[in-house]
Design a protein around this ligand. Structure first.
Ligand code: ZN
Length: 128
């Protein structure tokens, strides 16, 4: 009999408890932080600060032709804080996009250095 969703959940929660993560039930609870608002210094509209600040950026650039820093001075620090909080292991299981990219680049470097170290030497003493 295949494992039911309920059993799977229980199993994961048990594993979480054993690993010492999650709450007393072993559940990983994502605590949603209260929305951070940033006020436009020009038209005083309040916009929600997100990780990417898309809305704020659009407002600053399209409405006022300025940068986020000029119009929403407190937005970027708040967004960076948000990104930093997200980067903690509890909040983001598994490698981040950046880490994956880095790993891929590292693999590429390995290939490159392997290719480079294998290439020279053979031509030594050859025709001039
Ligand atoms: Zn504005």
């Amino acid at each position: 009999m295949p494992e039911s969703h309920k059993a799977e959940k229980r199993r994961i929660q048990k594993a979480n408890r054993a690993a010492g993560i999650g709450d007393e039930q072993g559940r990983i609870v994502r605590v949603k932080a209260a929305a951070v608002m940033s006020k436009c210094t020009i038209c005083a509209v309040e916009l929600k600060v997100t990780k990417t600040c898309t809305e704020i950026k659009q407002h600053a650039e399209n409405k006022h032709g300025k940068t986020i820093e000029e119009v929403f001075p407190d937005a970027m620090p708040a967004a960076e804080e948000m990104n930093a909080a997200r980067a903690t292991p509890a909040a983001a299981p598994g490698p981040t996009k950046k880490e994956k990219k880095k790993a891929a680049a590292g693999g590429l470097d390995d290939l490159l250095s392997a290719g480079l170290s294998a290439a020279p030497g053979k031509k030594k003493g050859g025709k001039k």
